[in-house]
Design a protein around this ligand. Sequence first.
Ligand SMILES: Cc1cc2nc3c(=O)[nH]c(=O)nc-3n(C[C@H](O)[C@H](O)[C@H](O)COP(=O)(O)OP(=O)(O)OC[C@H]3O[C@@H](n4cnc5c(N)ncnc54)[C@H](O)[C@@H]3O)c2cc1C
Length: 222
Amino acid sequence: MQYDGDGPAFNNIKTDQEINDFFTTYFKDILEHIPDLVEQYKTNPAPPLGTVRCSPWNAYDKSLLIGDSAHAIVPFYGQGMNASFEDVVVFDKLIDEHENWSDAFKAFSTNRKPDADAIADLALDNFVEMRDSVANPNFQLKRQIEMRLEAAFAKAEYQSKYSLVTFPQEGISYREAMLKGRAQDKAILWLLENDHIKVEDDLNDLLKSIQQKTAEVLWLRG
Ligand SMILES: Cc1cc2nc3c(=O)[nH]c(=O)nc-3n(C[C@H](O)[C@H](O)[C@H](O)COP(=O)(O)OP(=O)(O)OC[C@H]3O[C@@H](n4cnc5c(N)ncnc54)[C@H](O)[C@@H]3O)c2cc1C
């Protein structure tokens, strides 16, 4: 549901009656579970969604930001908690690799930032994709091709951008997933738009065309 605008929108729900009417119309089954729904709705306003981008994350050799405090992201990839857990794994490794806290803090702040920026950008990408692209015919064909390839080939041979981010092979970082995933998206859409591939093509031919075009896009982007 939208926040603003004509028709059903959170910002148009002002009175107790409007709150009741909205939930009775769209979420009727929740009413019995939240008897004080009107009160709860009025005291828990919808907060803004935001991205935290800051640097450095370490200060005075004594403190380090990790998790949402360093890199809160919008929720459209469902990766905020995963990224925060991954921080812990990365930092744990850096503690072993460095002589003192100060160096481990600096290394974490420097090394992890590109991945935090990448998942922040990916989460915003996914918002735009869900808002603008899901009804686009070529986007739908791209998804069909991706689903065919993912069902037929191992992860090492093909993973869509979504899968690269959400179910990566070990060692694939958010930044690597973003670069490869974006290049793949661009490659498949270009191949479709220029009639070089079709959903029903032979799977091996599809994979080869997509891998070649993706490599080209990655090379062009340096
Ligand atoms: C509605 C919602 C759905 C989400 N869904 C997903 C999902 O599906 N998948 C996913 O991966 N992530 C999801 N996330 C994101 C995930 O919850 C966060 O990324 C994750 O909790 C971040 O962990 P954190 O420890 O960095 O911060 P937090 O979990 O926010 O922990 C910070 C803690 O610090 C405490 N605190 C704050 N200020 C102070 C202070 N001054 N003194 C002492 N303590 C303080 C807070 O009370 C809190 O307990 C979701 C988040 C929300 C809000």
